[in-house]
Design a protein around this ligand. Sequence first.
Ligand code: NAD
Length: 268
Amino acid sequence: MTVFDLTGRRALVTGGAQGLGEGMARALASAGASVVVADIQDSGERVAADLPTDDGGRKHAFTRLDVTSEADWERAVTETIAAVGGLDILVNNAGIEITGLITEVSPDDIRRMLEVNVLGTTLGLKHGLRAMRPGGAAGDGGSIVNVASVAATIAFPGISVYSATKSAVDRLTRVAAMESGKLGYGVRINCVYPGLVPTAMGAGLANDMATIGLFGSPDEAVAAVVDQTPSGRLGTVEDIADAVVFLASDAARFVTGAGLPVDGGMGM
Ligand code: NAD
């Protein structure tokens, strides 16, 4: 057993039905955790059913969760604790990105990004902390990992509001970590700043950048990102998921209120 081992831990991953969240659910399960996949898409049930398990009766589960709904959070946390016996790790991964020049952005799109990325992450922190702190329904402390973005650390055209919401996730992380520490909750709270990964969101972003005329083609948009990245490539789902496992594990036991770039150096 190493300090990265998550045997016996119980994790909830939002936006776990596809993309980075699916990879995080898989990586946490591979490290030994019981995982509850939470998403607005019922396909998360299949993701949970396919997660690696072992002979020890370790369970995984799916719960339907719209991160913008407080009632959904209350039910999802209760269902998680009932399904896997507790809650030690919460990954606030669900997020949306709507590309647009700042001169063209619509109030509806601004509200949608604020709702999912800021309100959703805040409600996750609220209900995760309430459950994990002493006296909570789980009550054993733990680790919360928020998913921000390299967009919170650099300026890239076409994603102004998305970048603002991810900067908010970054600040939320710091203040929540401060409150958790000062109030003795026993919960470490950190965030990651992923670089571009060609998930549905990442590939869509490259397409949209071309559509709004910032680049000649999606390939040119990707090439611009790679050119700005010292590691010389895009990220993979596993690159991001392994960093989340690290922050969730005892290997990061003295790490809280931190933001970890997982971007091949793009944001340095
Ligand atoms: P994705 O679009 O492939 O998957 C997002 C998942 O979130 C989907 O399963 C979706 O159903 C779910 N979701 C959306 N709204 C939700 C809601 N209201 N409640 C619950 N679930 C909801 O995106 P991804 O690339 O996997 O991104 C995951 C996270 O990583 C997001 O927060 C995103 O901003 C961040 N991120 C992605 C990249 C990238 O390049 N892909 C880079 C940096 C940060």
